[in-house]
Design a protein around this ligand. Structure first.
Ligand code: IVH
Length: 672
């Protein structure tokens, strides 16, 4: 029975939206639809086509992969098409896929390879006689763009394959990505310079690969991981895991998180593990890809027009969602920097309900062109502050107006200023109540003086009841002062006073962090404290002395020097010194216990995430690198460690389990 008019109309509508979204995503690198919405539309389209098979025409987006090509780069016709993947969103859908596989094979003797689904840009590398001949994007799946000069700048991609087995020809497929920390650093710098921020690491990757000048690409630290193969001559592999092993031996980058398993329960355990540790990888992931391992079984199962039947992508909850921008307000931070933020219709993003999101500065609001009333795309990945990426222009209400920063600080009425060449505006009034509130909270925070019992609410009460009017006043507080605050009984008072006493004994670097000096965060503060040893020495230093100290650049030196020149800050430092706050650097610094040593951290540790483990080592003077070599002092090995552990064993590099790692941090000694 042909599809009724209503179904046809909806199908046409969905097709248009999907084709447009793909074009924006693949060709323009400027998506305007969150992935989750795309998936929902696509799912609806597939369901309609299943019900009404006459809707499946060659023009349907279900029969096409990717998007039409851009014309700026030479075309490259893939030797074997680059397919896409079908998705599963639940255990039920995963089980249903496994059932289809078993039915298709007439056997449930199936092994799987589980891989992380990297949210990057698909790439095909053609090696002829072991030498990289072409690197091409997926394009429409049949023909992509030849971006070889740009891919040649990626350090992870070998120009020549290593090892004894060099195939006459092989198409290696994988994902190019922008490592998350590098991406965040780059975007911060772009925002500070008043340049447009990249939406997400995938967009940054896509934009970087499309640079006309490979020198620009070379400046950006793209990387790649390989996860599949197309055409090959002169080699054959019985299974996917055997092919991956060959690839690793040939010097191709493969993910250490990949696992070879024998049951769907194990697949599910892998999915659960990585859903929990989603942000512990160097790159962004949006799911897990499960592949039948045996190549003979793959051949038996075959492909549909767009995706193999032998693989499925399990999708994790989206980190980008649409919602309505209700209002734009501004906050004044501890350094006086003005930050506009979005007040949103609450939306669950990356597992958390988001009601506010940063808009960075007025320049970004204008570059992104977001307006009150817009439907906007919000992103929240990992520990990063939720962010508004941009508007969905097709949903903009009539009359939505361009937003402007108010001329005066809403908290103290001081005129806001934008220093020459800056993208940010500032409230320069050091007594601005909001600025003071933020400074106090920051001073009491974990990375600074760590004052137990002095959180946002208490800081607010101290200001409201006029118990403090600058940071030094905290050290003048008495039990009588605190007794006047609502909810402060004996125990709470003693607790806070003890916390303040303890804070006086914190080392100099913590004090420097507490002072709210622009560009002086925990790492820089440690460098300054180590270089000068005491607050008195820092105060006596000229700008030139500051620049000369190792690890302090001109931007930090300028910021610190001008902070020190300000009379109010001089008074503050005098007062803190007089009140008995410690102004000396730590004597018994963990500082250099591990100096000259190089470590690699791999797998999942119980008590540390990757960044914490890295910080603990670096804080003791060690270097932490990404790959194991003969020069590596030791490899710290957590749960589910992969190829780096194997490499360490091959090279005879010592390995440390978590207990040995903790001992190393405490004693500075490596196990015998
Ligand atoms: S296999 C024929 N494995 O996800 C199978 N794809 O949504 C082709 N992707 O086009 C894909 N990580 O660009 C595979 N471990 C992984 C992947 C992966 C990311 C991308 C790939 C693909 C897209 C499908």
């Amino acid at each position: 029975m042909p599809a009724p008019a209503e179904a046809k109309e909806r199908h046409a509508e969905l097709s248009r939206a999907i084709i447009d979204a793909r074009y924006r995503y693949y060709v323009l690198s400027d998506p305007t639809m969150p992935d989750a919405e795309f998936d929902a539309l696509y799912h609806e389209l597939l369901a309609l086509e299943e019900e009404h098979p006459d809707l499946v025409t060659p023009a349907s987006p279900s029969q096409q992969v990717g998007a039409p090509r851009d014309t700026a780069f030479p075309e490259f016709r893939h030797l074997e098409p680059m397919l896409s993947l079908d998705n599963a969103f639940s255990r039920e859908e995963l089980d249903a896929w496994a059932d289809r596989v078993a039915r298709g094979l007439g056997s449930d003797d199936v092994r799987y390879v589980c891989e992380l689904k990297i949210d990057g840009v698909a790439m095909s590398l053609v090696y002829r006689q072991g030498v990289l001949e072409v690197a091409a994007t997926r394009g429409d799946g049949t023909t992509g763009e030849d971006v070889t000069p740009n891919v040649l700048t990626i350090g992870a991609v070998p120009y020549r394959l290593a090892g004894d087995v060099v195939p006459g020809l092989i198409e290696v497929r994988g994902e190019v990505f922008y490592p998350v920390t590098d991406f965040e650093k780059m975007n911060e710098q772009r925002v500070e310079r008043g340049e447009a921020a990249f939406m997400n690491p995938r967009n940054a990757t896509s934009g970087t690969l499309r640079q006309k000048d490979p020198a620009v690409t070379a400046e950006r630290p793209l990387s790649m991981l390989c996860h599949g193969f197309g055409s090959m001559e002169g080699v054959a592999f019985p299974s996917h895991h055997a092919a991956l092993e060959w690839a690793a031996g040939a010097g191709l980058p493969v993910a250490e998180e990949t696992r070879f398993v024998g049951s769907i329960d194990e697949v599910w355990a892998y999915i659960e593990h990585w859903t929990e540790h989603r942000y512990d990888t160097a790159y962004e992931i949006d799911g897990v890809v499960i592949k039948v391992d045996a190549l003979a079984q793959r051949t038996e199962l075959g492909n549909t027009a767009r995706a193999p039947r032998w693989a499925i992508a399990y999708k994790m909850p989206p980190v980008e969602r649409e919602t309505i921008l209700r209002d734009i307000r501004i906050n004044v931070g501890r350094t006086g920097k003005v930050t506009p933020y979005a007040v949103l219709e609450p939306v669950v993003v990356g597992g958390v309900t988001v009601t506010n999101a940063t808009l960075s500065n007025e320049t970004q609001v204008h570059l992104k062109d977001v307006r009150v009333g817009d439907t906007v795309i919000v992103r929240r990945a990992g520990d990063v502050i939720p962010e508004v990426l941009g508007p969905v222009l097709s949903k903009r209400p009539a009359g939505a107006e361009v937003w402007h920063l108010p001329p005066d600080c809403p908290f103290c009425g001081t005129e806001l200023v934008r220093p020459e060449g800056e993208a940010n505006n500032f409230c320069e009034n050091v007594d601005c109540p909001n600025r003071l509130l933020e400074s106090l909270t920051h001073m009491a925070g974990r990375g600074a003086l760590d004052i137990e019992g002095l959180g946002y609410e208490t800081a607010n009460a101290l200001l409201e009841y006029e118990k403090v009017s600058d940071l030094a006043d905290v050290f003048r507080l008495t039990a009588d002062d605190l007794a006047e605050l609502p909810g402060f009984a004996d125990k709470k008072i003693t607790g806070l006073l003890a916390g303040i006493e303890a804070a006086k004994r914190q080392p100099l670097d913590r004090l420097l962090v507490a002072l709210n000096i622009r560009h002086v965060g925990p790492t820089v503060a440690k460098v300054i404290a180590r270089a000068f040893g005491s607050l008195a020495a820092i105060r006596a230093a000229s700008r030139d002395d500051l620049v000369e100290a190792e690890g302090i650049g001109p931007i930090i030196a300028d910021s610190l020097a001008s902070w020190l020149e300000n009379d109010r800050n001089t008074e503050l430092l005098d007062a803190l010194t007089e009140l008995g706050v410690n102004t000396e650097a730590e004597q018994t610094e963990a500082g250099d216990a591990l100096a000259g040593m190089t470590f690699v951290v791999t797998g999942t540790l119980e008590g540390f995430n990757r960044d914490e483990a890295k910080a603990a080592l670096e804080g003791r003077g060690a270097k932490v690198v990404g790959s194991v070599s003969k020069r590596t002092t030791a490899v710290v090995v957590g749960e589910n460690a992969g190829s780096k552990l194997t490499k360490a064993q091959d090279l005879g590099v010592p390995t440390l389990d978590e207990a040995a790692f903790v001992r190393l941090l405490e004693t500075g000694e490596l196990p015998a």
